[in-house]
Design a protein around this ligand. Structure first.
Ligand code: ADP
Ligand code: MG
Length: 695
């Protein structure tokens, strides 16, 4: 199936072909290194090393240092009880040392360390009651001393996979590394003083100094750069391809827009006007629009999307907006209804809920053009949904969609303009990895009149206080979201916790309290949401399904239990459900004490700032990139070698490099181009590779 260069084949062999990796270990290791291949093992970087090159007489042994030395075995002291260690006394001309073994087999030790014999031992020195001792030393015969006197890489491990096993496998894997054609630009490589790929990969596994573990070390930088370049090149190729598909010009004639603006009860903010102008100018061009509209929760993306959609409709095409969830899609439909009705625009809503006859009818309206606006979930881009002529596709809350879905969508209609909206204020570095150099419009200004949200932390033994406070507020007519603990990645357990909380609070608050969770039927969810929205309920208890983007301005209190278990960006999204109206809003973050240092720092950030951008940057710093973009949902893989908190500059360089490559050699046919194809195969950048094969 694959046209992968033969050179790479050894790297794509299963790790089970390596010595010491049987089927049990290979299963465990596969999980640990996040892949089944030898290459995955080679990308599994050591986190530390033990330097066994130091040697000294026993009497000089420094406490805590790893020492390798030759000693004579003097005497054995078998353990008197199981819980006590087996000790062996060894000496050299300067003094004595005690070798300590727990749970050791007597026969095995006697054979390994016969009395009177000279052996080389290696391990960490500990001073115990004034005596040097060494626990479970590594041992070799004096003529094999060099097998011990090495530097030993230490790997992240998992239950059942020891460092010894890992090292043995890695050592064998290192012999599989082929010499590959250089894909780096010569001058760039020289300037950075980077080595060849295969030498860097070797060096990664043989750290000799603390420097070598630093992400800024030459070796790690080069390997990270390769990975980032593969990523950026893929995105650049995808984009180049999308660009070449001709778009159409949709000049904004303003006739529909003026009608809709007349019924919108507010002025657009400066940021909204600016973003809309940027979108207008893209759409007016015959080239295809690929734009990202980035704006914090509550910054008002929806209205911008709606106004942009009108331009497509004015030009006799259709416009679609895709939300990540059913509830959000319904809410968009609600919001759009007044606006679109005013302008006499026909729209349909399509989600997974529509089945049978009613779905057929909707599909017919989409196909024959009766539906000018299509609002829905990913259901609107399923294979059998045919559009008469889709001019603009808007994707809301993009961070839940992956590159794959975006491609699928753009294949629906060859020239469709695309506007992606994201509520996650993705740090620039991450935006680059996810979107390449998509054009970006930013809503960096909130609609006027918003009051800051007061965020407070409570340990869970203060829950009574929180409940009492809420009780007072409810009398004043306030509405409350109550998000229940994320117990595990288990919906059942989450639900049990939410139901328990519901029962407890019901005892205090009575009937005006509702519960919403993922197991409810769509109609039931709607009903609960509706009751909360129109004020029939004061408190809405929810598992984490309170959908991003839900807009109920009267809700002004957000309670989040076990806040320490959420990601910062997730907390920010949840908190963004309140503070949408004119009343002052509160967010109570309940945590279970005691909190670790990082957890404390994270919750403090939430208390100190409402700036989604700062929060996302901190989240990246504290947790790594995968969690911010929700890699798991989006199907995007996290980087193996690159660390975005450290390698942001490399990413920018890789982006520029990729741009230049595509400009000069779009089909990767030059010498360097061919080497770059190897790079893409190495990182399994399927999407980019498809383009070469598909022609
Ligand atoms: P998000 O960017 O999170 O999707 P929304 O589009 O849901 O935000 O907007 C949040 C709220 O702000 C909505 O109630 C919307 O009507 C309101 N809104 C949007 N733009 C403005 C504005 N310029 N002035 C006042 N309110 C606005
Ligand atoms: Mg929104």
């Amino acid at each position: 199936m694959s046209q992968r260069p033969f050179d790479l084949d050894p790297l794509f062999l299963s790790i089970s072909t390596l010595p010491g990796v049987g089927s049990r270990i290979s299963k465990l290791m596969e999980k640990l290194i996040e892949g089944p291949k030898i290459l995955d093992l080679l990308f599994h970087a050591p986190v530390d090393f033990i330097d066994r090159r130091f040697s000294c007489p026993i009497s000089d042994c420094p406490n805590g240092k790893v020492v390798t030395m030759e000693v004579r075995i003097e005497k054995h002291f078998p353990s008197a009880r199981k819980s006590l260690p087996y000790r062996v006394k060894a000496t050299d001309d300067s003094g004595a040392i005690s070798l300590v073994f727990f749970h050791a087999n007597k026969g095995w030790i006697e054979k390994l360390l016969p009395i009177g014999k000279a052996v080389v031992i290696s391990g960490k020195i500990e001073h115990f009651q004034g005596q040097p001792q060494m626990m479970h030393p590594d041992i070799a015969a004096p003529d094999e001393r060099e097998t011990l006197e090495t530097v030993e890489a230490i790997y992240p491990l998992t239950q059942g996979v020891t460092n010894k096993v890992t090292r043995k496998a890695v050592t064998a894997a290192l012999t599989h590394i082929p010499v590959l054609p250089e894909w780096l630009n010569d001058a760039h490589k020289k300037r950075e003083k980077w080595g060849d790929w295969h030498t860097c990969l070797q060096a990664l596994h043989t750290p000799m100094s603390d420097d070598a573990l630093d992400p800024m070390h030459d070796t790690r930088m080069r390997l990270a750069y390769d990975e980032l370049l593969a990523n950026q090149l893929t995105l650049a190729l995808v984009r180049d391809r999308q660009r070449k598909i001709n778009g159409r010009a949709f000049p904004a004639t303003m006739t529909l827009r003026d009608k809709v603006m007349a019924v919108i009860p507010f002025e657009l903010t400066g940021a909204q006007k600016r973003s809309l102008a940027e979108i207008d100018s893209d759409m007016a061009e015959p080239a295809r629009m690929l734009r990202l509209l980035q704006g914090d929760v509550g910054s008002g993306k929806t209205v911008v999307a709606c106004l942009a959609m009108l331009s497509a409709i004015e030009n006799n095409t259709q416009a679609a907006i895709m939300a990540p969830t059913e509830i959000l899609a319904r809410q968009h439909a609600e919001t759009f209804k007044d606006w679109l009705d005013t302008a006499g625009i026909r729209f349909v809503t399509l989600t997974g809920r529509d089945k049978g006859k009613s779905r057929d009818l909707i599909l017919k309206q989409i196909k024959d053009g009766t539906a000018q606006v299509i609002i829905g979930t990913h259901a609107i881009f399923q294979k059998d949904v045919e559009y008469k002529d889709l001019g603009l596709a808007v994707i809301d809350e993009q961070h839940k969609f992956g590159v794959h879905q975006r491609l699928e969508l753009s294949n629906k209609n060859k020239g469709t303009d695309i506007l992606v909206m994201t509520a996650t204020p993705i740090p620039r570095t991450l935006a680059l990895t996810a979107y390449g150099d998509m054009e970006v419009s930013k809503l960096d200004e909130k609609p006027p009149g918003r009051k800051p949200i007061d965020t407070m932390l409570f340990s869970n033994d203060k829950l009574d206080q929180v409940v009492a406070g809420i009780k007072r507020k409810i009398v004043e007519g306030v509405r409350v979201y109550w998000v229940c603990p994320l117990v595990e990645e288990s919906e059942t357990l989450d639900l049990a916790a939410a139901e328990e909380r519901y029962d407890i609070l019901k005892a205090t608050f009575g009937e005006r309290i509702g519960l919403i969770h993922g197991r409810l039927k769509p109609a039931e969810k709607d009903a609960v949401m509706e009751k909360f929205a129109n004020g029939a309920l004061d408190i809405l208890i929810a598992t984490t399904v309170i959908e991003v983007g839900v807009n109920i301005p009267e809700a002004t209190i957000m309670v989040i239990e076990h806040a320490e278990r959420f990601g910062l960006s997730q907390l920010h999204q949840l908190r963004g459900r309140v503070g949408r109206g004119a009343e002052k809003s509160y967010c109570f973050l309940i945590y279970s004490a005691p909190l670790g240092e990082t957890a404390k720092e994270r919750l403090n950030i939430m208390r100190d700032t409402e700036d989604g951008f700062i929060i996302a940057e901190k989240d990246l710093e504290l947790r790594g990139s995968g969690n911010i973009l929700g890699t798991k949902q989006s199907g995007m893989t996290e980087f193996r070698l690159a660390n975005l908190a450290a390698h942001g500059d490399l990413l920018a360089a890789a982006r520029d490099d990729a741009k230049l490559i595509i400009a000069k050699d779009p089909k990767l046919e030059t010498e360097r181009g061919k080497a770059l194809k190897t790079l893409l195969y190495l990182f399994e950048c399927d999407q980019a590779i498809q383009y070469f094969r598909g022609g």
